[in-house]
Structure formats: C-alpha cells, structure tokens
Write a protein that binds this ligand. Structure first.
Ligand SMILES: Cc1cc2nc3c(=O)[nH]c(=O)nc-3n(C[C@H](O)[C@H](O)[C@H](O)COP(=O)(O)OP(=O)(O)OC[C@H]3O[C@@H](n4cnc5c(N)ncnc54)[C@H](O)[C@@H]3O)c2cc1C
Length: 382
C-alpha cells in the first residue's frame, strides 16, 4: 500500500477539523507546511445547525443565518421572555460553514482535502500512520475528531449523559412564531423521569426548527421523539397544520471525563472526541472556536500534544452539575428553573462561557438549588 507523508493530518472536516485547518491556514508558521484533511463525507449537505450566544460581532458573522435578541425560558412554575442584550443568540447552518471554511482553507497551497474513510490511526512515537481503505498516510502530528461513546463510557468515575434530540424544520400556513425570540428551554412538557425540554428557533413567522431534547443516559425509540414533537406543535403551539421541510438529530456527550488518556505525543483528539463539548450544556461550537487557537499555540511550542490541558475551575462546576443531573435526572428542570428565576440570562451566559470571577460564581451557585449540589460535593470528595 502506497504511503504519502504530510506535516499534519486532520481527521474529520467537521466543526473542529475545519476550525483548526482555518487557524493554521492563516498563521505564517504553517506557510510552508503540508496539511492533509480527510473526511468520509464530501461535506456538501446541511447535516446540522449550530447555535451559540456571543456579545457583539463574531468570527462567523458572515455566515450567520439568523439572530435573536430575546430568549424564552419556561419551567413548571416560572416562565419569562428575556432581552439578552449585549448578547445575541446566533445560528449558523452546517452547509454554510463547510462551504465557507473549505473555500478559505483550500487557498493555502499546502492544504489538501480528500474524501476517505479512516479505519485506523497509530502513533509509533515518531510518526502517526493513518490508514484508510485505499491508502495509508503518515503525519508528524495528527488531529483526530472521530468520536465514539465508548471513549467515555469505558470508565465509571465520571457519569456520561447524552444530550440527545430530534429536530424538525417546520413550515406553517399561519404565522405562529415570534421571529425575534428563541425558545431556549421549555420544560413545561412532561418530564417522564428525565430532563426533557423543547427548543424552538424561528427563522420567520411561519418557519422554525423545533427540537425535542433530553439530558439523559439513554436515547429514546424514534417514535417517542416524533410523538413529543407532534404533541408540542399541536397542543402547545396550537398548530395542527404544518409541513416538515428538513430534520436533524444528534447526541452530544455530557461528561466531565476529559478524554486525556486517548491523546498521544503526536496525536491529539479534537472537538467532541477531545472533550470539547461543554459538559453541562453540550455547546461545542463556540467552545471549539475558543480552544482551537490554544491548540495551535501549543503545536507551535513544539511540546508533546498530550501535554496540553484545558482544565480550569469550571471543570469542577461541570463535574458537580453532571453528578447532580445524573443522580436526579427527573428533577433536572428544577436546577434550570431556579437558575433562570434568580439570575439574569446574561449572568448565566457569562458563567457558561467560563468568564466569571469567583464572586460571580458564588452568586450563580446561590441561585441554584443548594442541597443536591452539596450532596454531590460530599459524594465526590469524601
Ligand atoms: C444535529 C446537531 C446539532 C448540533 N447543534 C449544536 C449547537 O447548536 N451548538 C453547539 O455548540 N453544538 C451543537 N452540536 C454539537 C457539536 O457542535 C457538533 O456535533 C460539532 O459538529 C462537533 O464537531 P466535531 O468536529 O467534534 O465533530 P463533527 O463536526 O461531527 O466532525 C467529525 C467529522 O468526522 C467525519 N468522520 C466520521 N467518521 C469518519 C471516518 N471513519 N473517516 C473519516 N471521516 C470521518 C465526519 O464525516 C465529520 O465530518 C450539534 C450536533 C449535532 C449532531
């Protein structure tokens, strides 16, 4: 089998792979380097939409599809529409991201994108060999975004929940959606022993992505997501007449397990596979955008790839949060309800962005139910 050699190989042209290639492409350190990107897909389909909040302008604004200035939160006893200024909630469509980044990246003469199914990756301490069905490649360093749940579930120290969801893009004959408001979490629906909510992203008065989302250990039978979405559209949104134009589904790991043992000197997992999904929320897109420049600085430092650690005080908060959610899955909604009742969404966003001071963290903790967190703290440390 023929082997080709590259300075760097990026496995997966998804969010993490393309953001990494994009940062490398614009950094003069990589001007004369060869970089191979491998993906089993052509990346020509709109396979997901990413949403995130940010203050003011951001690096993806040229491909942002829709923005909202208000969010709506509903618990069982409390609901409110919030103005989120100076934050904006933004949506980027997968296809726009893939098209835009692949076009930019391929202007770099040393970067090549190939469609290939990666079957094996091996670091021999000097070089990393990446084997596909057709060919093997070697790289001085490899960045791997191939995720599988067994990377995290082989251990029991850190519980692994899933943020799993099915979303329908619906079109309604009547205008029923508030186009300036994203329903961030609607917990008014039946919880059925888990943490379950609806997420609604209107793109016009009669078009929206409506997503049935759970934070729980196991996924549901397909029919259950369908029944819940139908029920919500008819009984909560008062819309019996709608057309489903597209669907999306996914499962994002929610765990404080940090994936560290999988990295080697010359091979680093990135994106979801690198533990970049924020454990307490599943938000990965902005977290990836923030972590990528730090990884690039580490690559330039010449240090072993497995010596980079992203751990900070927020990891401990996430750890306790997942412990609480795992132990009290049916009551998860109470944590969010209390938080949104007692704290402004701006404070919640800042905390989830890992930008708060210790004093602000205490404020957020006081705004959440104290008893389950204290119990989790004792269970974890004593
Ligand atoms: C439907 C959906 C909606 C989401 N919405 C949000 C959101 O709103 N906000 C947010 O922050 N996060 C969201 N996420 C979570 C997270 O941001 C995404 O999953 C994100 O794409 C993760 O980036 P990644 O690079 O780790 O993985 P991916 O983007 O999935 O990239 C992995 C790549 O590897 C390729 N690949 C897989 N196997 C092989 C193989 N054997 N050989 C070669 N290539 C292979 C895949 O084709 C893919 O392109 C969502 C996830 C999904 C699934």
């Amino acid at each position: 089998m023929a082997v080709s050699h590259y300075d760097y190989i990026i496995i997966g042209a998804g969010a993490a792979g393309l953001m990494l290639a994009d940062v490398m492409a614009t950094d003069s350190f990589f001007k004369d380097k060869t970089i191979l990107i491998l993906d089993k897909d052509t990346k020509k389909t709109n396979d997901r939409t990413w949403c995130f909040w940010e203050k003011g302008e951001g690096q993806f604004d040229s491909i942002v599809h829709k923005t909202w200035k208000h969010i709506y939160f509903a618990g069982k006893k409390f609901s409110k529409r919030f103005k989120i200024d100076p934050y904006t909630y933004k949506m980027v469509r997968g296809i726009d991201f893939y098209n835009s980044l692949l076009e930019d990246i391929q202007k770099h003469p040393g970067i090549i994108f190939k469609q290939a199914h990666v079957a094996n990756v091996k670091d021999n301490g000097q070089l990393v060999t990446v084997t596909t069905k057709e060919k093997s490649y070697t790289g001085n360093q490899v960045f791997n975004s191939l995720f599988s749940y067994d990377m995290a579930t082989h251990q029991t120290k850190y519980p692994v929940l899933q943020q799993h969801f099915v979303g329908w893009f619906v079109k309604t004959p009547k205008p029923i959606f508030d186009v300036d408001q994203a329903t961030y979490m609607d917990f008014s629906i039946a919880q059925k022993g888990n943490t379950r909510f609806m997420y609604v992203l209107p793109t016009s008065a009669n078009e929206a992505l409506v997503e049935y989302t759970l934070f729980s250990e196991h996924t549901l039978a397909k029919e259950e997501y369908k029944t819940a979405l139908e029920d919500y559209l008819i009984n909560d949104l008062g819309c019996a007449d709608y057309e489903i134009t597209e669907t999306e589904m996914g499962s994002i790991p929610m765990t404080a397990y940090d994936f560290r043992e999988h990295h080697t000197k010359n091979m680093r997992y990135i994106g979801t596979a690198g533990g970049w999904a924020k454990p307490s929320t599943g938000y990965t897109f902005k977290s990836t955008a923030k972590k990528t420049p730090k990884l690039v600085a580490h690559i330039k430092s010449g240090k072993p790839l497995n010596s980079l650690s992203y751990k900070n005080k927020f990891w401990y908060y996430d750890l306790l949060f997942i412990d609480v959610l795992y132990a009290n899955n049916a009551k998860g909604y109470t944590v969010f309800e209390k938080l949104f009742k007692n704290r402004k969404p701006q404070q919640v966003f800042k905390f989830l962005d890992e930008e708060t001071s210790f004093a602000e963290d205490i404020g957020n903790m006081m705004g959440s139910p104290i008893a389950p967190f204290t119990k989790a703290l004792f269970r974890r440390f004593f």
